[in-house]
Design a protein around this ligand. Structure first.
Ligand code: ZN
Ligand code: ZN
Length: 188
């Protein structure tokens, strides 16, 4: 669903819909299970920067809820998690701040986004909101045993033949994962 500035100028638009899985592209981070409910209101807010300099911002306010699958951080088995959230966001036209470097973004404005081509896609907003509300680390159960660092077996379901009790292997595996996480550049 696209909110066009020209339509919002006439009147605010209320929405209440269910998006099918796939409508919102979540990449590899999560998979949507069943419909994603989204409702709220879009409206235009005019920023008067000068007598002839009026910027049409889109304000999008609403909520979403749905069920998603994310991989367990230890054994990568899919874990179902219900998510819901609400948002109240401002979007400026892309480029509105480009020629105004003196307009530094204040803390209040940190949440400001940008829209392009005179319209804002609800799906893009929901994608970001869903990804932001995903837990940083999901476990299928608190005591998930994870994958064997040596043979890759899921130790929840199949005890492998590796001598996992050997403390030297544990130390080595720990060292390796520390080195690997150091080598990975910080991800944004
Ligand atoms: Zn697990
Ligand atoms: Zn093993």
């Amino acid at each position: 669903m696209d909110f066009k500035v020209i339509e919002l100028e006439r009147e605010p638009i209320d929405f209440d819909l269910e998006l099918a899985p796939g409508a919102v592209d979540l990449g590899d981070m999560a998979q949507q299970q069943g419909p994603l409910a989204a409702s709220g209101q879009a409206e235009v807010l005019h920023e008067h920067r000068g007598p002839k300099d009026i910027v049409a911002d889109i304000r999008l306010k609403g909520s979403f809820s749905g069920i998603f699958q994310v991989p367990c951080a230890r054994c990568v088995e899919p874990v179902e998690i219900p998510l819901e959230g609400s948002y109240d966001l401002i979007f400026r036209p892309l480029g509105a701040d480009a020629d105004a470097p003196e307009r530094s973004i204040t803390a209040d404005e940190a949440e400001i986004g940008y829209y392009q081509e005179d319209s804002l896609a609800l799906e893009d907003v929901l994608r970001e909101q869903v990804l932001l509300s995903l837990p940083v680390r999901t476990l299928c159960k608190p005591d998930c045993k994870g994958l064997c660092p040596r043979c890759g077996a899921d130790r929840n379901s199949q005890p492998c033949n590796c001598t996992g009790d050997d403390p030297r292997w544990e130390a080595l595996a720990g060292l390796r994962s520390r080195i690997e996480s150091k080598e990975k550049s910080p991800q944004s």
